[in-house]
Design a protein around this ligand. Structure first.
Ligand SMILES: *[C@@H]1O[C@H](CO)[C@@H](O)[C@H](O)[C@H]1NC(C)=O
Ligand SMILES: *[C@@H]1O[C@H](CO)[C@@H](O)[C@H](O)[C@H]1NC(C)=O
Ligand SMILES: *[C@@H]1O[C@H](CO)[C@@H](O)[C@H](O)[C@H]1NC(C)=O
Length: 137
């Protein structure tokens, strides 16, 4: 009785230690929330002056970030940099829990095919490259 119990118990301990050693250490950084963008998508084409929704996933927003506000900046991928236009945010002070924010493609945007938008929660998340073209094209 005792020996079979101890065998089971030690088997349990071995299984438990295997689970513990396999489980990833939960990093503190998990509390830093950076929302995953779902739009714009790679290859999208925006027209200057038109409105577009920047959208992101909200199902992973932690409880303590329910009132957190976001910031959306436009940049372009050039010279190994995002070249973010910090002086003209596309959006600010919206709730991250909204999951979208309607932005206007800048009227005077230089036509490029390597634009990106970066959504900042605690840290930034960049969209894939998309284009902004003049309305006359
Ligand atoms: C953005 O999404 C909202 C909510 O779904 C919708 O009311 C609005 O028309 C959308 N704007 C654009 C430009 O698609
Ligand atoms: C969010 O704001 C509401 C209303 O101001 C408040 O009741 C709630 O405690 C806040 N939640 C967090 C996580 O800060
Ligand atoms: C590209 O980046 C390098 C290093 O930051 C800088 O010295 C150079 O002037 C940049 N070139 C252009 C065209 O912006």
């Amino acid at each position: 009785m005792f020996s079979s119990f101890s065998t089971i118990f030690s088997a349990f301990l071995m299984a438990a230690s295997a689970i513990v050693s396999a489980a990833p250490v939960q990093p503190v950084e998990l509390l830093v929330f950076s929302p995953t963008l779902t739009s714009p998508k790679a290859g999208d084409i925006w027209t200057c002056g038109q409105k577009y929704n920047v959208t992101w996933e909200t199902d992973n927003i932690p409880e303590e970030k329910q009132n957190a506000t976001g910031l959306i900046l436009l940049g372009y991928l050039y010279n190994n940099s995002e070249n973010l236009d910090i002086h003209h945010p596309l959006g600010a002070n919206f709730l991250l829990t909204d999951g979208y924010y309607e932005v206007t493609a800048p009227q005077n945007a230089t036509p490029r095919v390597d634009y990106t938008v970066v959504l900042f929660g605690d840290s930034g998340n960049a969209s894939p490259e998309f284009a902004i073209m003049p309305s006359s094209l």
